[in-house]
Design a protein around this ligand. Structure first.
Ligand code: ADP
Ligand code: MG
Ligand code: ZN
Length: 615
């Protein structure tokens, strides 16, 4: 199973020897291997599965970071089968739970779940069974709301605990605990109560997406002490990544791309709004593709019909919002196209991760325009972006601090913008930095657009231009857009610009000598670096929005005018004879998961007016 990368980092808690968890000499080893074959039908373990199982069987708290499809479920389902008593599994979505239980029952493993929308009598039946001396269930799944809201359930768990029948607590999709993650679920934060009430029951937390800060958050909120962290590389060597300028002919471009590279193959096109999905599907059908759309506004029967058709290859392309994808295990997805800017790098990584599960090459193409950033930002601010099913209906309603949530969203989005505008660094490198993973770009082997370029770069000090641009924003009264600023700076004489001419006469045309695109790169860099802030305004009732640049006074005073230099990398005009070796040091400063200090380029002029297409 080629796509699963090797272990890159296993942190052992105090007193644990290096190879301890790989041992085949545990008292349960034989039973483990027999059941893995007989009950689950697996010939062997995948990377890290044996180690995780041993650690949790030993009674340690364990935190697992493993890419989607890596096989996390087995690491608690197998122990659940072997241990006496019952394993409690917290999972965010009833549909995911039902899917798991179906598989467990097929394998003759007694499992059940409790959720708020279940019949009262049915719930009572299950609770009664939990109370019995010979409880038949090995696994009990619940949603986090159930833990937060049901004292009755907690009492039953206590009773299990004191009878030593609560063998393990599993927190699936554990990143939902963290507000820094892309799938925050407030009720996950209350799960710390489990460790308090059941200190002797080992906890196993599982996730496919966690940055270093998310991991810290989760460990803390769950109250895990001395927990053992198993982390494996999130790099997916068989996926090829590229970012392509998005033009008005985007759908034609997509058609051409599929025709030339993946004709009649299976793929997903992620769109921002429901209307985008429908439009894209319609257009691609016209072009002759077997294509359908999928979004949260369709009824469940319709959705599952489309998903089944796709699974059976009756249609090969699905134009979907992020509502599509959870629990989808189709191995031969050959491409994932992003028609619009994703909301975060984590989300992007996960969405791309649905391609190439079979280990064969697959393409991930992102169509990017700066105007999409404005559009997504606006939609986030008014809560109109369709959420992944994991969080929909939760984060917005229950957020403890909506302001902070919006801030986090905007920060995540800006990271995505700088990912797109970066035309220098290896795409894998930038993505993996977000998971706290160091990736040696030379091992990309030219499987991303940036590594494929044969160019060399020069570093340029652009501090003076940056200062002029900030001044220009001030001179125009902090009420015009980025594209307006750029026009004035280049000396354009169009109508709107003329209006402001008298205030800006000193800097009007000051950037004439710069190469095309250079000023806009610098301007966007200033936004990404927080010297300038982009405020989105809804300008009229046609649903168009415009953005206005504001100056972050304090940051500008202390940074830009306080001696900080701004250095960006530019492609040099001389072609290098050898391919560029991306080293691990980023273009400038240090890369952190929160902010990327990276050079910026934009394919097109930024647009002020954006059609929102809200549906
Ligand atoms: P995750 O939760 O990490 O996304 P799952 O637990 O859903 O992944 O597993 C993904 C798929 O891999 C499932 O179809 C599962 O049956 C399969 N799988 C898991 N472990 C093994 C194994 N050791 N050998 C073969 N297949 C496995
Ligand atoms: Mg899973
Ligand atoms: Zn690369």
């Amino acid at each position: 199973e080629p796509f699963i990368p090797k272990i890159i980092d296993v942190n052992y808690s105090e007193g644990c020897g290096d190879r301890q968890w790989s041992s085949r000499d545990f008292s349960w080893t034989r039973e483990l291997e027999v059941n893995n074959k007989k009950v689950f039908g697996n010939h062997s373990f995948r990377p890290n599965q044996r180690e995780i199982i041993n650690a949790t069987m030993k009674g340690c708290d364990v935190f697992v970071l493993m890419p989607t499809g890596g096989g996390k479920s087995l690491t608690y389902q197998l122990p659940a089968l072997i241990n006496p008593g019952i394993t409690l599994v917290i999972s965010p979505l009833v549909s995911l739970i039902q899917d798991q239980i179906m598989h467990l029952l097929q394998a003759n493993i007694p499992a059940t779940y409790l959720s708020a929308n279940m019949e009262w009598t049915e719930q009572q039946e299950i609770l009664r069974e939990l109370n019995s001396d010979y409880c038949k269930y090995k696994l009990l799944y619940v949603t986090p709301e159930k833990i937060a809201r049901s004292d009755n359930l907690l009492r039953h768990l206590e009773s299990l605990y004191f009878r030593e029948l609560l063998s393990r607590i599993v927190i699936d999709e554990a990143h939902c605990v963290s507000q820094w993650g892309h799938d925050f679920r407030p009720d996950y934060q209350g799960l710390g109560v489990l460790k308090q009430k059941f200190p002797n029951t080992p906890v196993l937390a599982l996730t496919a997406t966690a940055t270093a800060s998310v991991k810290e958050d989760v460990v803390q909120a769950l109250g895990l002490v001395n927990c053992i962290v198993f982390r494996q590389s999130f790099n997916r060597p068989n996926l090829r990544y590229s970012v392509v300028p998005k033009t008005k002919k985007c759908l034609e471009d997509i058609d051409k791309f599929i025709r030339e590279n993946h004709f009649d193959e299976c793929g997903i096109i992620y769109c921002l709004s429901r209307m985008d999905c429908e439009k894209a599907a319609e257009k691609l059908q016209e072009y002759g593709h077997k294509c359908a759309f999928y979004h949260g506004n369709m009824d469940p029967a319709q959705r599952s019909f489309i998903q089944k058709q796709w699974s059976k290859d009756e249609i090969n392309i699905i134009c979907a919002t992020v509502a599509f994808g959870m629990g989808i295990n189709k191995p031969d997805v050959r491409f994932v196209i992003h028609h619009s800017l994703p909301k975060s790098i984590e989300g992007y990584h996960q969405e791309c991760g649905r391609a190439g599960r079979d280990g064969q090459p697959a393409s991930c193409v992102l169509y990017y325009s700066y105007s999409d950033y404005i559009r997504v930002k606006h939609m986030l601010s008014v809560g109109m972006v369709e959420q992944s099913p994991m969080t929909s209906g939760y984060s917005r309603l229950n957020a403890t601090n909506p302001g902070r949530l919006l801030e986090t969203n905007t920060e995540n989005l800006l990271c995505m913008v700088s990912y797109c505008e970066n035309d220098v660094d290896c795409r894998r490198f930038i993505q993996l930095v977000h998971f706290g993973e160091k990736f040696d770009s030379s091992t990309c082997q030219k499987t991303c657009d940036n590594c494929m370029k044969v160019t060399s770069f020069i570093e340029k000090d652009v501090t003076e231009t940056a200062k002029q641009l900030v001044e220009l924003v001030k001179l125009t009264g902090q009420k015009v857009s980025a594209s307006h600023i750029l026009e004035v700076y280049r000396g354009s004489l169009n109508q709107m610009v003329k209006k402001h001419r008298h205030e800006t006469v000193r800097l009007h045309g000051a950037g004439k000598h710069l190469a095309k695109g250079e000023a806009s790169r610098i301007l966007h860099h200033l936004v990404v670096e927080d010297f300038l802030a982009e405020e989105v305004k809804k300008s009229d009732f046609y649903g168009s929005v415009s953005s206005v640049l504001k100056v972050n006074e304090q940051k500008v005073r202390n940074g830009l005018f306080g001696g900080q230099r701004i250095i960006l990398r530019f492609p040099s005009s001389v072609k290098a004879s050898k391919p560029l070796k991306c080293d691990l040091t980023p273009a400038r400063g240090s890369l952190t998961s929160a902010k990327l200090n990276l050079p910026i380029d934009i394919p097109d002029e930024p647009q002020t007016e954006v059609d929102l297409n809200l549906s």
